[in-house]
Each structure stands twice: as C-alpha cells, then as structure tokens.
Design a protein around this ligand. Sequence first.
Ligand code: 6PG
Length: 240
Amino acid sequence: MNKPVEVLPDQSALVARALELILSKLETAIREQGRFTIALSGGSTPKPLYEAIATQKLPWDRIHVFWGDERYVPPDHPDSNELMARRAWLDKVNIPATNIHSVPTLEAEPAVSAAKYEQHLQEFFNSSSGEFPALDVILLGMGDDAHTASLFPHTEALKVRDRLTTVGNKDGNPRITFTYPFINSASTVIFVVAGANKRPALAQVFAPVADDFTYPSRLIQPQGELWWLLDAAAGLELKP
Ligand code: 6PG
C-alpha cells in the first residue's frame, strides 16, 4: 500500500509541514475553483496546526470549513471538535459564519444529525444521493487503535459505503462521522499523527496484510493524494 510518508523531527516541524501542504492546496483550489473546502479532524494533535493557520493572511471568504467527525455533544461542550477549532483558529479570523459548516449535534437522534449533515453537504456541493463530492482537503488524525475520524475498529460505521456520513461509536458514545468512501473521494487526504503511542497502530496500517476492520485507517485509500505526516516519535520504525 504505497503512501507518501514524511517523518518530521518534532511537533513544530510537523505543524510547519502540514501548514505548508494545506496552504499549497488552498492556493491551487482558490486559483482553479474560486474556493477551498477543508474538513477538520478533532483530538489534540491538530490544535497547534489550527493555531498556525490562524496566523496566516488568507482570503477567508473563499474558505469553507467542515468536520470529518464530531462528538455528539453541543458545540459549547468541552469535548466538541468545533469548539477546539473555534478557540484555536476560527474565532481569531474574519471567516464568514456561513463558511463554517458545523455538524448539527442537537438533534434528538444521532442518525438524524448524520442525515442532516449529509443533506447539507449534498446541498453545498450540489450533489445527489449516491454521489461522493470531493472536498479539496480532508485532515485526519489516527488513534492508537488505528481509528480515524470516528471510524472505530469493528463498528457498524465501517460497513456504510453508500452514504457521506454515518453514526460512529466510541465505547457506546455516538459520534457523527464521514464514511470511509466519502473520505476517499477527497482530492487530498492528509493524516497528521504524532507520538510514540501511535507506533503499533501505524505498523499495522502500513503492514502489507492486516485486517481493515481491526485497523480502520487502512481503509483510507483515496483516488486523490494521500499524505502521512508523522513526527519522529510516531514514525520511528516505519520504513516508507
Ligand atoms: C476525534 C478525532 C479522532 C482523532 C484521533 C487522534 O474526534 O477525536 O477526529 O479521530 O483524530 O482520535 O486523536 P489525538 O490527535 O488526540 O491523538
């Protein structure tokens, strides 16, 4: 499974490289399409990256932000991926509120939220059901269990192939997540992974043979570009 892997010496180099790659995709997208669409990941790794993006002078009215997954909590909840991104980046720049495409997490049922987010994505990209529109960039993290977005090992979400979004399940807690086929439709997918605790999962994701449902990040094989940006702690044993 060939994946461009870049191992950066430390977290600040990892952030700088990820920023450089995102900015290059952003400039191309705005030049060619007049807009840039990006889906963010949650967790702790991307926070310094979001802080770095916030320092850039960018055409914010051309930039549209989505989330590849979200915890099923209100947007002001401490676990909210949106709250983290707003505090680190979005509340610091002059991006139009309508360019921030929140996951609706206040519905009675997670499945209703997933369906509403899918409908919003289809309306934004003017795509019909069954089509998988291509975001310019989808940013992903990876857990030490090799999950990505909220596609956790051996969960029903891994079986959903005909929708853009579905309900993920982390230890019984619902999440809203992009499906892996939708992630794979992106023009560019960028994993940003740091920490020695991710090494065992990375070894399985990069192994020639391993079970995709046990190591869901293996399912991410976009037709477009796939980048793995790792810090040295995470990428130590990887032979790219
Ligand atoms: C989330 C993320 C999740 C995250 C990984 C890695 O909602 O938590 O989207 O997929 O990227 O769990 O998290 P860390 O960066 O905190 O290790």
